[in-house]
Design a protein around this ligand. Structure first.
Ligand code: OVV
Length: 403
């Protein structure tokens, strides 16, 4: 029997607007069809939607490599749109070398040192939002909070100057779109690029980085011989690529989860210590990075099904995070769930190296809200920003009722 013929084929296009707007029916169909499926619009790839296989693929970096890119494009066949990331799009031993440096810079100890500042800024920004909501009747949860908070605290921590930070939003949008097909979303993101790449690369240079910040610490690692001086700017670029649009949308999705579940917000308001688990559950419920790919580095298999060398493997992270085989009542947002094992931040050697910073941002913003705001009301329907990889909101009109 030809086992490859046993792989179910579905008609879904994960990058069609309807599936970006509401991916959940597609996820359910993919999971129910089998542990591995094919999608007719992309006949060369295989996709996994169940938690078990997504987790297994992410934790088998020997068979499922990242060096050929973690988007749809196979860098063995197509030229990458930018010089490859030295951590995201790398495999051991290079990955081990760069990851060691980044994980020290972003370690729990480093996060303790930025905690007081991140907390103070969160409290200020929430206070301003409450005042604006009272003065004007509502705020935009995205523009007035989810976007401005990470755009201040993270570049401050990296040591990037204030001027031109809006370039980080344009760059993030492009990178995450570039992991999908060359569709209209990517074309539109690329149109806005103009001088952005140049701004990004010049701000990765040591003379643009505040001494002592995360960026400068990369150059200190180069001084110490852990990495080369040629590698340093590209590793700073990883901070600027991965550290802004991700947390913006993580926060935006968490605000949306809480605003649309007033009974959950009431629990958070009653006990601000639930801020961290509430953010974690939001990551599971609306995974910021919906998808990442791996590439079969050799002939291998998933759930006993053969997968040929060089096949792109689409890991539907957001689907794994709502797999009923893993989670009871997966579609419920429940801040008391404690969803350990979710894959919103990946898993295995490529699991988000900045996750301690990301969680800090989520925790302190939700804590500040819980303390200052009694109720969050939806003031008008939200709108979505479609992106090939990110689950993103464009607007989220909210009323904040102070405690
Ligand atoms: C978008 C993204 C995620 C993680 C890492 C990177 C980028 C990178 O450029 O290293």
């Amino acid at each position: 029997m030809n086992e490859t013929a046993a792989i179910p084929e579905l008609d879904f296009d994960p990058y069609a607007s309807e599936n970006l707007l509401d991916p959940y029916p597609m996820h359910e169909a993919v999971r129910d069809a089998g542990p591995v499926v094919r999608l007719r619009p992309y006949p060369t790839l295989v996709a996994c939607g169940r938690h078990e296989q997504v987790h297994a693929v992410l934790n088998d970096h020997a068979n499922f490599i990242s060096g050929a890119g973690v988007g749809l494009s196979n860098f063995n066949l197509e030229t990458p749109f930018r010089p490859k990331s030295l951590i995201l799009e790398a495999d051991p031993p290079l990955h081990t070398q760069t990851r060691t440096v980044l994980s020290r810079i972003l370690s729990p100890k480093a996060v303790m040192q930025i905690r007081a500042t991140f907390t103070a800024v969160a409290e200020q920004m929430v206070e301003r939002c409450v005042e604006k909501s009272q003065a004007q009747g509502s705020i935009c949860g995205i523009h007035d909070l989810a976007q401005i908070y990470p755009l201040k605290v993270f570049p401050d921590a990296v040591g990037v100057e204030d001027d031109g930070r809006e370039n980080l939003l344009i760059y993030g949008d492009l990178i995450f779109n570039s992991m999908g097909p060359r569709n209209a979303l990517l074309a539109k993101a690329a149109e806005r690029m103009g001088p952005v790449t140049e701004w990004i690369m010049s701000h990765c240079q040591r003379d643009h980085l505040r001494p002592g910040g995360f960026g400068d610490q990369i150059y200190q690692a180069a001084d110490a011989g852990e990495i080369s001086h040629e590698q340093a700017p590209l590793l700073v670029r990883s901070f600027l690529s991965a550290g802004v649009d991700t947390t913006i949308n993580g926060l935006g999705n968490a605000l949306y989860a809480l605003a649309s579940h007033p009974e959950q917000y009431a629990k958070l308001h009653a006990d601000a210590a639930l801020a961290r688990p509430a953010f974690e559950e939001a990551l599971r419920w609306e995974s910021t990075a919906q998808t990442f790919f791996r590439t079969a580095g050799q002939d291998t298999q998933i759930a006993g099904i053969p997968v040929e060398k060089n096949t792109k493997v689409l890991c539907l992270l957001a689907s794994a995070n709502r797999d009923p085989r893993k989670w009871p009542e997966p579609n419920r947002y429940d801040i008391e769930r404690r969803p350990s094992g979710h894959v919103a931040l990946g898993s295995g050697i490529h699991g988000c190296v900045g996750q301690a910073v990301a969680r800090l941002e989520g925790e302190v913003v939700l804590t500040a809200l819980a303390k200052r705001v009694k109720r969050i009301e939806i003031a008008a329907p939200h709108t979505r920003r479609l992106n090939n990889t990110l689950r993103a909101l464009e607007t989220l009109p909210l009323r904040l009722i102070p405690a």
